[in-house]
Write a protein that binds this ligand. Structure first.
Ligand SMILES: Cc1ncc(COP(=O)(O)O)c(C=O)c1O
Length: 418
């Protein structure tokens, strides 16, 4: 029986690419050129005037906020509106940069911020709206821009999951003051950790360039370690190796000590750390790795969309499982970095799926707006934290594999194929 892995490393280098990277690094000419070329290609792809490559999305967000702080000196405790269903490290970066996170609830259907409650949460201290395109599903940027323009707010986009996604015919990341993307291991493409700040604002670009110039470069040890981890994880989670080998120890681990693993992961996400750990410049090696993969993005995205629509069709009408919905089907393009569905009794469903050879992953956004005194004040974010899991849809699979997967999923959940 074929086993399906939910997540793999987003590395797409063939032998020619690898040879070029090695040659570039050995010749010593890679240096500054590689980073500049990579930044230019990224800006071209996203559709912005400028891009600044850094060590992580966190670092790029930190730079955008640092710049924004210089633009609102008069505001007392300026606030940034964001979805409570968010990545654990985001609120602490906002606080560290001198802003106050103002959470609003998520939309249970789309998993993005609830556009309906945005306006009533704006007050005289609101400085910006952070639009997080959860799992690659674009927010309604037209609506957000309209409200922001009317109230004089900045718009920032968290595109960590959304490279290639579109809204109204425009790539996400090209709206507002600035945006940030992640190239961590499981992202659409990876640079063995990395991120980029994209913007059309020349002053933000100059600020980010000047700031990154003063940062330390990611150390050779870190790059080596991340490369080794990325390559090993990529191998063990490749479809063939996972099915033939990795599944068995993974199954055993999940069956016997799954709860401890979940708790350890949760412990890590409870402590976001400080910016000291992520304020780094990218290395020319990472820039080369990123550059070599940029031309492949459209094909990767095409496959993810095709596979996710096959899953949509298979699960339509199934009971107890509902996929994330698009904000506007006609002109918003979800790139499905993850195929997110909501299920009740998440742990039980995941265990039973694993028994059928289907690995799933817990949704890794959580209810960041949870308040210890008042409880789960953000009802949808809290439900999403409880219910979201991610199913296999990645582009390293072929169409035939996904067909097999849909048959097995409909056998489990029910649906038109049963
Ligand atoms: C929504 C979101 N924003 C930001 C980040 C931070 O990205 P990085 O790990 O590159 O700093 C992540 C990481 O996965 C994320 O999921």
């Amino acid at each position: 029986m074929k086993r399906f892995v939910s997540d793999t490393v987003g590395l797409y280098l063939d032998r020619r690419d690898t040879a070029s990277i090695v040659k570039g690094c050995l010749s010593g000419r890679a240096g500054k050129d590689a980073v500049a070329k990579y930044e230019q290609a990224l800006a071209g792809y996203i559709g912005t005037g400028y891009a600044v490559a850094v060590s992580s999305a966190r670092c790029a967000f930190y730079l955008i906020l640092g710049y924004m702080r210089t633009l609102c000196p008069g505001k007392y405790r300026p606030e940034i509106i964001l979805s409570a269903y968010n990545f654990y490290a985001i609120p602490s970066i906002i606080e560290e940069c001198g802003f106050v996170p103002r959470f609003i609830d998520a939309d249970y259907r789309t998993l993005n911020l609830d556009h309906g409650v945005l306006e009533k949460n704006i007050n005289e201290n609101t400085a910006a709206v952070l639009a997080t395109h959860a799992y690659g599903n674009p927010c309604d940027m037209g609506r957000i821009e309209e409200v922001a323009a009317e109230k004089g707010l900045f718009v920032i986009e968290d595109c960590a999951h959304a490279l290639g996604a579109e809204c109204g015919g425009r790539k996400v990341g090209s709206f507002g003051l600035g945006s940030f993307f992640s190239f961590g291991f499981s992202k659409l493409i990876t640079t063995f950790q990395g991120g980029v700040l994209a913007t059309n604002d020349r002053k933000l670009y100059e600020y980010a360039k000047a700031e990154t110039g003063g940062m330390k470069r990611t150390s050779a040890f870190s790059v080596l370690k991340n490369t080794a981890v990325g390559l090993a994880a990529g191998l063990f989670t490749s479809p063939a190796v996972f099915s033939a080998f990795t599944f068995y120890p993974w199954y055993f681990l999940n069956r016997c000590i799954g709860r401890f693993v979940d708790r350890a992961v949760k412990g890590r996400t409870d402590d976001p750390g400080s910016s000291e750990t992520f304020r780094r410049r990218i290395t020319p090696f990472q820039a080369l790795v990123g550059y070599m993969q940029l031309g492949k993005i459209d094909e990767i995205v095409r496959k993810r969309i095709t596979y996710s629509r096959m899953l949509d069709a298979a699960l339509a009408g199934a009971e107890g499982v509902s996929p994330a919905e698009s904000v506007r089907e006609e002109d918003c393009m979800n790139i499905y970095l993850y195929y997110a569905v909501k299920v009740k009794e998440k742990s039980k469903v995941r265990r039973e799926l694993l028994d059928r050879g289907i690995d799933s992953r817990e949704g890794y956004l959580k209810n960041c707006g949870f308040n210890e005194e008042t409880g789960p004040v953000f009802e949808n974010a809290s439900r999403l934290e409880e219910e979201v899991i991610m199913l296999p849809n990645h582009s390293k699979y072929g169409e035939k594999d996904i067909l097999d997967l849909t048959v097995r999923l409909t056998g489990f959940f029910g649906g038109p194929g049963r």
